[in-house]
Design a protein around this ligand. Structure first.
Ligand code: ZN
Length: 203
C-alpha cells in the first residue's frame, strides 16, 4: 500500500493506515521520486519536487511505524532518493529499489537493507548499462520482478507483461552471472522471503 510519486496530491496517511491492516499488505509502496516529467515553470518545478520529497519521507516514516519494508520507485532522481533513504534511516525496514535503473550511485544502498528489483529490461537489446552493473550487485540483494503490465521481457516485448514471463529474466540473469536457472530461482526466492517477512504466512 502506497502512493506513487505521480499521485502525491492524493496522499492521505489515514487511508494508508486503513489498508495496511489487510493481511496481504506486506510492504509500503510504491513510493519514491520520479523527475521524468517535470513542469517547465521553474517555481512549479521546485514545488512539485518538494511535494514528492515530503510524501516520500512521510511514507518512509510510516513504513518504520508499521514495521514493513518499502517498495521504492526511482526515475531520474537517484541523488535525492539515496540522500533521503539514508537521512531518514530507511535501513530500519529496508526495501526494494523496484525496476532498478542501473544507477551506480544507488549501489551503496545494498548496505542499507535495500534489494534490487530486476525486471524485463535486463533482456532488452539496449540494456547495456544494467548488464554491466548486474554483477556488482551483491547476490543476496537480487530479486526478480515483473512491473506487469509493462516492461515485458524479450522475446515477448510489446505484449502485456505477466508474472510467468519472469522466467526470461531469470534465464538472462543466469547467463550473465554464470549460474543455472534453478540457482537463480532459489537465490531470488530466498532473498524475497528474507525481505518480505510476511510473505511466507500468506502464500
Ligand atoms: Zn514504478
Amino acid at each position: 500500500m502506497g502512493i506513487h510519486p505521480y499521485d502525491v496530491e492524493q496522499y492521505d496517511e489515514e487511508v494508508l493506515e486503513q489498508y495496511i491492516k489487510h493481511p496481504k499488505c506486506i510492504a509500503v509502496g510504491e513510493c519514491g521520486l520520479d523527475y521524468f516529467r517535470l513542469p517547465e515553470n521553474e517555481e512549479e518545478k521546485i514545488a512539485y519536487k518538494k511535494k514528492q520529497k515530503e510524501v516520500f519521507i512521510s511514507q518512509i516514516q510510516f513504513a518504520k511505524k508499521v514495521n514493513k519494508p518499502l517498495i521504492v520507485h526511482i526515475r531520474d532522481a537517484s541523488n535525492d532518493s539515496r540522500q533521503i533513504l539514508e537521512e531518514y534511516q530507511a535501513k530500519e525496514v529496508g526495501g526494494v529499489l523496484h525496476c532498478y535503473n542501473a544507477s551506480e550511485h544507488l549501489l551503496p544502498l545494498a548496505n542499507h537493507g535495500f534489494y534490487f528489483g530486476i525486471g524485463g529490461v535486463l533482456t532488452f537489446k539496449n540494456a547495456k548499462k544494467l548488464v554491466e552493473v548486474l554483477p556488482k550487485i551483491p547476490k543476496n540483494k537480487l530479486i526478480i520482478e515483473t512491473d506487469a503490465p509493462y516492461l515485458t521481457p524479450h522475446p515477448h516485448r510489446g505484449k502485456r507483461n505477466e508474472p510467468y514471463y519472469t522466467v526470461f529474466v531469470a534465464d538472462k540473469m543466469a547467463e550473465l552471472l554464470d549460474m543455472s536457472r534453478v540457482q537463480i530461482e532459489e537465490l531470488t526466492t530466498t532473498n524475497a522471503i528474507r525481505l518480505f517477512k510476511e510473505f511466507s504466512s500468506i502464500s
